[in-house]
Design a protein around this ligand. Structure first.
Ligand code: GUN
Length: 283
């Protein structure tokens, strides 16, 4: 029987653990806060931002919203970030991506103080992950590690193939799996014989952004399949990068879409917010 990895349930457990921890901190007079910055009206971003704010409310983190108009200048956004960097009452800063085309995302990411970078996108945090130093870890790959660990799927010595080399998922995912003593391959759009490369995987992580691309031709019998994609189809339903129905009988475990990786990203963001508060109190 193929195991369906229930990300919604595991994320619920993590949020519950955090809710209790945050309640204990509150009793000691400690309050955790997250500044959530959105620029423009990207509908998907609005959904994500709302879900993040709802999660904050649930676990007991104060979220402070900044919803700026599409025409906001890069300089204005940088100014807001500098203000938030200096504000002692703000622990975490999250700038929802993508930003409007006239704003350079890397300039914004670099401007966020590394100790408040709860997304784990700042080069200092990315570098820290690469060399095994403490720092914030990008929420989606951190969430995938939690999904695997809490589903008792061992990583030591396993062949892991990640398809997709983004800074947010593919690259940090490779570092986290390496840290768990897995053997890691990052494949991408230029990889030769992608199906054969994927078929080597004990754990296949699909993060390409193409709906239902991964059929059973890409999956080894008994492999674990982690689907990072999320796409809204013409009929309104959601699907991932993996053709779930096609691979279901081939793999031993799989994350569904929705309800797999997605909820974990938000749970790990809440985890990073708690860490940001701890870090700033240690200064
Ligand atoms: N856009 C899509 N995913 C993310 C994320 O994890 N963080 C931010 N800030 N923006 C995103």
């Amino acid at each position: 029987m193929t195991k369906i990895i229930d990300g919604k349930q595991i994320a619920g457990t993590i949020k519950e653990e955090l809710r209790q921890k945050i309640a204990q901190m509150k009793e000691k007079g400690i309050e955790i806060s997250l500044a959530v910055v959105q620029v423009g009206e990207n509908p998907a971003s609005s959904v994500y931002v709302n879900n993040k704010k709802k999660a904050c409310e649930y676990v007991g983190i104060r979220s402070i919203s900044y919803h700026l108009p599409e025409e906001t200048l890069e300089q204005e956004l940088l100014k807001l970030i500098h203000t938030l960097n200096e504000d002692q009452s703000v622990n975490g800063i999250l700038v929802q991506l993508p930003l409007p085309a006239h704003i350079q995302e890397d300039r914004i990411i670099h401007a966020i103080a590394p100790k408040k970078d709860v997304d784990g996108f700042h080069p200092q945090n990315v570098g820290a992950l690469c060399i095994g130093m403490p720092g914030f870890i990008s929420c989606t790959p951190a969430g995938i590690i939690q999904l695997l660990k809490r589903s008792e799927i061992s990583l030591c010595g396993k062949e892991c193939v990640i398809v997709g080399r983004s800074n947010i998922v593919g690259k940090p995912m490779s570092m986290l799996l390496l840290r768990e003593d897995a053997t890691v391959t990052i494949a991408h759009s230029k990889t030769k014989d992608l199906k054969q490369v994927c078929k080597r995987a004990d754990i296949l992580i699909a993060a390409v952004g193409r709906p239902k691309m991964f059929t059973k031709d890409y999956v080894k019998e008994g492999a674990v399949v982690i689907d990072v994609g999320i796409h809204r189809m013409g009929d309104g339903t959601l699907c991932g990068d993996v053709d779930f129905c096609d691979v279901l009988s081939t793999c031993s475990a799989i994350t569904p879409v929705p309800g797999g990786v997605g909820p974990m990203t938000i749970a790990m963001l809440m985890y990073n917010c708690v860490e940001s508060n701890v870090l700033q109190r240690m200064e």
